[in-house]
Design a protein around this ligand. Structure first.
Ligand code: NDP
Length: 397
């Protein structure tokens, strides 16, 4: 049992707060802080039960964070703000002697660059301070790493090929909207593709490689190869991997809008001068796009995210598919958020639970696959994300 300080009250944050508030025997006190306190108050009121205290904080400001952490005195800070804030929050955790969990790797604001080096550089500091940092504890990254660790522990002597497949077959009835923070989402999708093969990283054009993959209960969907941050930690932690790739589905309508957004310069992340005011086009675009938190009510269909793995067990080749399907409507009924926020928020709250129970707790900076996957997966279904395993099937990859 312990106290938690959650930073970030967006789509993901709403789900995390929801899940933690329903576990009073694990999270004795919850403080929800964000840049806009009114959003925290609204989340706390919607959850009810007087379980959640709220606070205002600018998480870009280490001193403000330190003051808040010293006031709240949590055992763990759960960071579900934006990737830009990872390092300031980690700095504040070190300064105050508090452990840390997040769902996305640090990104500098001025360059869309995805790698763990900045956060891994804190490893020794967290070790020396006796503090735990759990990185990337959403669905992907997050459950994708836990699934891989589970496969390695129980079903393979060596994993050789790993394909993480992420399908959103939902329909929100908007011409164009992103499923989580639009700025972060568009930065991720418009970057060049990259995958790991035989010890090297191979670069591709953005969304250049694609093929139809069949998703359970959904059917075939065009899936695009893109870089995703968990590939970096997984190939390091499972060195028998020869090839690791990440695939995500996109509809033609989405891709057409994305191309136009890029072609007209609205995906730019550098500052432009507009009537004497400096604006970043992508940040301005975020302000006019639908808010991902408002998509839930009309969202139909489901997501399907999993790992398709080929490797060796007892000298024989084996294939394995482990996945979760999540319904947008079910997620909405429970938390008021759609399945993309739900599939991220549930694992973040569960990672926090693993920490509070002392199961995922060791000094240093860790990715989720560094911990025992069994207790996490034993709870994942109970917490709303049941998972399915299939053996020796055609992986299509
Ligand atoms: P939202 O934009 O909906 O929410 C972000 C929240 O962080 C808002 O409450 C926002 O406050 C707050 N915030 C932003 N900047 C600051 C700041 N400087 N100080 C304090 N609070 C701040 O994003 P999502 O909920 O969609 O995403 C949250 C995180 O989850 C992101 O890091 C995203 O990358 C990650 N994610 C991870 C996934 C995974 O599977 N691993 C999948 C999807 C998302 P305000 O409202 O005032 O702007």
């Amino acid at each position: 049992m312990g106290k938690v300080l959650q930073i970030g009250a967006g789509g993901v944050g709403t789900v995390v707060a929801h899940k933690m508030a329903h576990l009073p025997e694990i999270f004795s006190e919850i403080t929800l802080a964000s840049r806009t306190k009114a959003k925290c108050d609204a989340v706390a009121a919607a959850i009810g039960g007087g379980r959640i205290q709220t606070a205002q904080v600018d998480a870009d400001n280490v001193d403000e964070l330190i003051a808040l952490i010293n006031k709240v005195k949590p055992d763990l800070v759960v960071n579900v703000a934006l990737p830009y804030q990872d390092l300031t929050i980690m700095d504040a955790c070190l300064a105050t002697g508090v452990s840390y969990l997040d769902t996305a790797n640090y990104e500098p604001k001025d360059v869309a660059h995805f790698e763990y080096s900045w956060q891994w550089a804190y490893k020794e500091h967290f070790e020396k301070a006796g503090l735990t940092a759990i990185l990337g504890c959403g669905f992907d990254p997050g459950v994708s790493g836990v699934f891989t660790a589970y496969a390695a522990k129980h079903h393979f002597d060596e994993i050789h090929y790993l394909d993480i497949v992420d399908c959103n077959a939902g329909n929100h009835h908007k011409a164009f909207a992103t499923n989580f923070n639009p700025e972060i989402n568009i930065r991720e999708i418009t970057q060049k593709g990259r995958y790991y093969k035989d010890g090297k990283w191979i670069q591709t054009g953005a969304l250049e490689i694609h093929k139809a993959l069949t998703y359970p209960n959904i059917g075939p969907r065009d899936s695009y190869l893109m870089y995703h941050e968990e590939l970096e930690s997984l190939v390091k932690n499972f060195p028998t991997i020869k090839q690791a790739r990440f695939w995500m589905t996109f509809g033609q309508e989405y891709l057409t809008h994305l191309r136009v957004i890029q072609d007209i310069g609205m995906a730019r992340i550098d500052e432009v001068d507009y009537n004497g005011v400096k604006i970043v086009p992508l940040q301005f675009l975020k302000a006019v796009l639908p808010n991902p938190q408002d998509l839930g009510a009309n969202y139909e269909g489901e997501t399907s995210i999993g790992c398709r793995i080929r490797g060796i067990k007892d000298g024989k080749e084996r294939t394995y598919y482990i996945y979760n399907n999540c319904s947008h409507q079910e997620a909405y009924k429970e938390t008021g958020m759609q399945a993309v926020s739900y599939t991220t928020g549930v694992p973040a709250a569960l990672g926090a639970e693993m920490f509070m129970k002392g199961i995922w707790k060791k000094p240093g900076v860790w990715n989720v696959e560094d911990f025992d996957p069994d207790p996490f997966l034993a709870r994942l279904g109970e917490q709303g994300l049941p998972w399915v395993e299939q053996f020796d099937i055609d992986l299509e990859l």
